[in-house]
Design a protein around this ligand. Structure first.
Ligand code: 8OZ
Length: 369
């Protein structure tokens, strides 16, 4: 029986333990450029088996929130170089989460103030964050326009280019495709947001097409062994909904199984909320079985509100990796604290999004006594 503290191979990545830092949006990258403070923050957490960065826009069109980082401009890539260098200096491994928000955006954040893009022109019942008078403020997302099928190859190309930039220029160990939480790829997957009548809408294989094309393009560019993907079958985050998620996600993982990915990252239940959702039942064991039966060898990562006991149980139940979010915000030395069964610092919600060092790089580590 493996423990949280055992090494594990995830594709090309040999991880020092099974404790992963989940992607966490922190809105501390003005002009989408990663800062030295971000390098310090990630380096402080480098004892995680794997760090997944906060969601990072692959293009200006993919931006949906104030002060989130990007991966498409020279200064952004330079900023990330310092982050990866700082993490590697501490012996850590770090992948970048590739993000296109689709309809979860606002005209003010889009190129030329245009409409956000989506599979269909259906406004998400959710909010995004803009800076108003210097203060992060929640605002309703703007009405999106439906993407023309002719625009989709460019989006696929943008994913590929971002992945290449991530590993070749910015020095990341790999990438995670953000396929979750009601953003572009998840919007295409689910019939609550996708009402297209072309090859990208309707039956499951059509709704999964964009995600799979983007994933194949990335794998073709950097190799499956450096590519992971995050999925959230039933989360209601950002107005995500599908009327029949089990066959949809089983189809997706069976296709992913052919791509030799490093890992598949599942958000169990409602993002940041309960893992059990009686109103949206889902069989995760069947999903994993479908992936393995189709030859999928990637590490199976679970996430959402785990603590040490439930994480150990998840490993017993067949997961290979467990991602921790909020505990990593407040405990840079989370791995050590879990190992020692030491108490955890409580995260301060008021400093989750935006701001500076406070609530970011100033959480204390255990003393050595
Ligand atoms: C919290 C705030 C803004 C964005 C996600 C990228 O839910 C996010 C996100 C989380 O995946």
């Amino acid at each position: 029986m493996s423990s949280l503290f055992d090494t594990v191979q995830a594709g090309d990545l040999l991880l020092a333990n099974r404790i992963v830092m989940a992607p966490l949006t922190r809105n501390r990258a003005p002009d989408a450029i990663p800062t030295p403070l971000m390098a310090e923050y990630y380096a402080q957490r480098a004892t995680a088996g794997l760090l997944i960065t906060e969601a990072t826009a692959i293009s200006h069109q993919g931006q949906g929130y104030a002060d989130v980082p990007g991966l498409y401009g020279t200064e952004q890539l330079d900023g990330w170089k310092h982050v990866t260098q700082a993490v590697h200096d501490e012996g850590g491994k770090i992948v970048v989460q590739l993000w296109h928000v689709g309809r979860v955006s606002h005209c003010e954040l889009q190129p030329d103030g245009g409409q956000p893009v989506a599979p269909s022109a259906i406004t998400a019942k959710t909010k995004t964050v803009l800076i108003r008078d210097g203060v992060p403020t929640f605002v309703a997302t703007s009405e999106p326009r439906a993407l023309d099928a002719g625009e989709l190859p460019e989006i696929v190309h943008t994913y590929r280019a971002a992945a290449l930039n991530a590993v070749d220029t910015a020095g990341f160990d790999g990438v995670e495709i953000h396929g979750a939480n009601g953003y572009l790829l998840d919007q295409f997957l689910k019939n609550g947001s996708n009402q297209r009548t072309d090859d990208y809408g309707g039956p499951i294989r059509n709704r999964a097409r964009l995600m799979l094309e983007a994933t194949r393009a990335i794998v073709d560019a950097i190799g499956g062994g450096r590519t992971g993907i995050r999925l959230s079958p039933v989360t209601p985050a950002n107005d995500a909904f599908d009327s029949d998620p089990q066959p949809l996600f089983e189809y997706v993982v069976k296709q992913l199984a052919k791509l030799n990915l490093a890992y598949v990252h599942l958000i169990v239940g409602a993002t940041g909320g309960p893992r059990e959702m009686p109103e949206r039942p889902f069989d995760y064991a069947a999903l994993k079985a479908a992936y393995r039966a189709a030859g999928g060898k990637g590490a199976w990562m679970v996430n959402n509100g785990y603590d040490k006991a439930t994480a150990e149980q998840a490993l017993k139940d067949g997961a290979d990796l467990v991602a921790f979010g909020k505990p990593f915000i407040a405990n840079p030395d989370l791995v050590r604290r879990l190992r020692l069964d030491a108490p955890l610092n409580e995260p301060d919600k008021a400093t989750f999004y935006g701001g500076g060092a406070e609530g970011y790089t100033d959480y204390p580590v255990l003393s050595n006594e």
